[in-house]
Ligand binder design. Structure first.
Ligand SMILES: [Cu+2]
Length: 218
């Protein structure tokens, strides 16, 4: 009898431990988020895109977005960006990857940004050559999409993997978006940039933390 109660007790205990592990290690375990910097010039979000994540990443060969700072010296592998509601957010992307090209040239145009434009290395534009697209920063729910031009294939001193520095070959893209109501808005890339996956759309293209994430408007 005592042996049987002990068995029932240990099975019940093991089940509870399993449920707790599922709740806290899986369900409540969300990817990290980074807050945009509030400065005298407004709210600034600095991002970087790379041909491959850092060497110690779980997926060191995957293309990825990172959060960084103005000097591009504080790389964090986070793709949930926290920004204030009803505000202008100035986004800067330091883009270190080469071009993959777009199958749908429509996405090579900017939409939904303030003025309908972006700057590429300081020049104001509203579209790029679809063949030069490396990544796209798109928030479909908000009608926002910005093409990110790739580094020329013959550029000197290309960055192979994160973290990169501004002394290496890169494109600088800036644009401003206006946030509305608080909420969680999905963003993603639309360029088939996932080398080695079917149609370039698997792996990092379908994974939060690489070519996907959230804009958390608070
Ligand atoms: Cu991409």
């Amino acid at each position: 009898m005592a042996k049987r109660s002990l068995l029932v007790l240990s099975v019940a205990l093991a089940t509870l431990v399993g449920i707790a592990a599922y709740l806290f290690l899986y369900l409540a375990n969300v990817p990290g988020s980074a807050r945009a910097a509030q400065t005298s010039s407004g709210v600034n979000l600095y991002l970087a895109t790379v041909p491959a994540a850092a060497a110690n990443d779980p997926h060191p060969t995957w293309v990825s977005y990172y959060v960084t700072n103005k000097q591009d010296t504080n790389w964090q592998h986070k793709t949930t960006f926290v920004v204030p509601a009803n505000s202008l957010v100035h986004v800067t992307v330091y883009q270190y990857d080469g071009a993959s090209g777009l199958r749908n040239p429509f996405i090579s145009q900017a939409s939904g940004t303030v003025g309908g434009t972006f700057t590429l290395n300081g020049k104001t534009m509203n579209a790029i050559d679809p063949a030069n697209a490396s990544h796209v920063f798109a928030l479909p729910q908000l009608g926002i999409s910005v093409p990110l031009a790739g580094v020329a294939s013959n550029a000197k001193d290309q960055c192979p993997n994160a973290p990169c520095t501004l002394s290496q070959a890169h494109m600088t893209i800036t644009f401003t978006i206006k946030t509305g109501a608080a909420g969680l808005y999905r963003w993603q890339c639309f360029v088939p940039c996932a080398a080695g996956y079917i149609d370039g759309f698997g792996g990092p293209m379908q994974s939060i933390g690489y070519m996907d994430g959230y804009l958390k408007v608070v």
